[in-house]
Design a protein around this ligand. Sequence first.
Ligand SMILES: Nc1ncnc2c1ncn2[C@@H]1O[C@H](COP(=O)(O)OP(=O)(O)OP(=O)(O)O)[C@@H](O)[C@H]1O
Length: 274
Amino acid sequence: MNEQVTLPADTISGPRIELRAVTHTYQTESGPLPVLDDLSFACADRSFTAVVGPSGCGKSTLTRLVAGLLKPDEGQVFLHGEEVSGPRATVGMAFQNPVLLEWRTIIENVVLPLEIVPNNLSKSDRTARAHELLSLVGLAGFENKRPSELSGGMRQRASLCRAIVHRPEVLILDEPFGALDAFTREDLWQIMQALRKEENVTCILITHDLRESVFLAERVVVLSGRPAHVQFTLDVDLPENRTLEDLYSPGATEMLHELRHQIEIAQGRVDANV
Ligand SMILES: Nc1ncnc2c1ncn2[C@@H]1O[C@H](COP(=O)(O)OP(=O)(O)OP(=O)(O)O)[C@@H](O)[C@H]1O
């Protein structure tokens, strides 16, 4: 049974996000599809966690649970000690497809969450906040363009601004850089790094790109094949202000090899004991 629980006050200083023994099964036309099985992990406040795993193992399902868009069949999800029981304004999301509204300018798109989420900001404060973020991601001067006038990478930068404009405590990034070419993607990693430093937000990134996970995250969680549990956790031992060059260091190469090996285990391609 899923009774709503609030943790005692002394645990509030604990993790910003916590999944405890979460199990989820979709009911499909061809029968039940178990997707997550006894999955547990926690993300410290203001940390950056990347989640990787085989295709279809349940990574997006996990983000929907954290966002409160889905309820686990068993187990619990906590945001700062409070059980998640529905969507909340303190969570921002960005996806592979930015879905910007074409009838709004870029700045009008970015400001949108501030028009929806209750806040005390005046119209000019909202616009100033959107301007500040657009400058930070290199989109100053493009505020009054329509989404279709921007490149894919620029649209994704605007979408990151929109996800973060209302200062969410948690930012869920579900493959936001997946559709971009390799060079644009690396630009966006650096922009994401800068945004995160400014915004003090706790991030969960879903990605298929192991280099991306090592560049952006402090911790990489590898999920097993479906139904997924946490198979392996890697604490990324690279400088806090890492550069793209750091990805070519021997330490990074070793981490990438380990992650690749773990993914192959999760895919059932190699034996865990090899
Ligand atoms: N609403 C749903 N109803 C039924 N099955 C679903 C639903 N959403 C996802 N699934 C199935 O659950 C499994 C896990 O999906 P999910 O999108 O969470 O995986 P993923 O790891 O994010 O996938 P990918 O790596 O391909 O993006 C897949 O087999 C998918 O087809």
